[in-house]
Design a protein around this ligand. Structure first.
Ligand SMILES: O=C(O)c1cc(=O)[nH]c(=O)n1[C@@H]1O[C@H](COP(=O)(O)O)[C@@H](O)[C@H]1O
Length: 303
């Protein structure tokens, strides 16, 4: 699915809800637990009950990979079952040296029919590039995440580092250090305002692609920073997880994060798929998804 088709789906369905299929085999309702393909049966029922109230599904691969071959089979069955009208995200948080990333891209874009995959950008451009080389597919790069650990690196204040070049000179008996122009630049850099590392990541990564192949993750628990994120990447879609179980506010996310094309996919996982632990799990998931979708209606109408 390309960007304009996604925007069209959002307007048609009047929501920007992404439902997270973080399906934990240990949390399946008792009546499904003994079925050989219980995870797929659970996902299928959730998709049937919610597809009218969302535009996207996000499969968090961890919950499937943890179960080995059976998990990969359930993931494949699930992604094949998601209707073609819905944007399919593999939340795999990949990224490695170029030739390895190329294999990850092949996994999710060729072997499996995902539209997008989440990427950890820590290893830099060559680790992201292979995901950008596909038409109508997206790399969704971690920008500012919703978890506490975001403070460890993403929210560090940093400044541009510049090469300090020292020139040494021997004049008579004296050893002198002669500083070059580059050092003067470094002196100037001290006056530049410090920036968060995540801001520099957004700025740099956005130059590697376009809004047609690149989205960013911004946590719903980070609403104070959403306006700054929008200034750096005004046109890219943002995948915003953290509404529901993590306490993020859909209203605040929408107020700060929407752009002229809507530009948001707000993900809710546990608060939808585990809305009930009983036999009515799918019906309750449908009700929860409808609730989020209805709250999004007026925001879409104003775009
Ligand atoms: O990349 C993600 O999807 C992600 C980024 C982030 O900053 N925070 C975050 O919670 N996520 C994912 O979004 C989902 C949130 O799930 P719930 O908290 O249950 O709605 C999980 O699959 C997380 O792995």
């Amino acid at each position: 699915m390309n960007r304009s088709e996604l925007i069209q789906q959002i307007h048609q369905k009047e929501n920007y809800l992404c439902i997270g299929l973080d399906t934990d085999a240990a949390k399946l309702p008792p009546h499904l637990k003994d079925k050989p393909d219980a995870v797929f049966q659970f996902n299928k029922a959730i998709i049937d009950a919610t597809k009218g109230f969302c535009v996207s599904y996000k499969i968090n691969t961890a919950f499937y990979e943890a179960r080995g071959v059976k998990g990969w089979e359930a993931m494949e069955q699930t992604v094949q079952y998601i209707p073609s009208t819905h944007f399919k995200i593999a939340d795999a948080k990949r990224g490695d040296i170029g030739n390895t990333s190329a294999q990850y891209a092949k996994t999710f874009f060729e072997t499996l029919p995902f539209d997008a995959v989440t990427i950890n950008p820590y290893m830099g451009e060559d680790s992201v590039r292979p995901f950008l080389e596909y038409n109508n597919k997206f790399a969704i790069v971690l920008g500012l995440t919703s978890n506490e650990g975001a403070h460890d690196f993403e929210l560090l204040h940093v400044c541009h580092t510049r090469k300090k070049q020292e020139v040494h000179a021997e004049i008579g008996k004296h050893h002198l250090k002669v500083y070059t122009e580059e050092l003067e630049e470094e002196e100037q850099a001290k006056d530049e305002p410090l920036r968060y590392l995540y801001e520099m990541v957004l700025e740099k990564v956005s130059s590697w692609g376009t809004p047609d192949n690149l989205m960013f993750v911004a946590g719903a628990t980070r609403t104070p920073e959403l306006a700054a994120i929008r200034r750096i990447v005004p046109d890219n879609f943002l995948l915003v997880p953290g509404v529901g179980a993590q306490g993020g506010s859909l209203k605040e996310v929408s107020e700060h994060g929407l752009n002229k094309d809507v530009g948001l996919l707000v993900n809710v996982s546990r608060a939808v798929i585990y809305a009930s632990a009983g036999e009515d799990f799918a019906a309750q998931a449908g009700i929860a998804a409808k609730g989020y979708s209805e709250k999004m209606q007026s925001f879409v109408a104003h775009r």
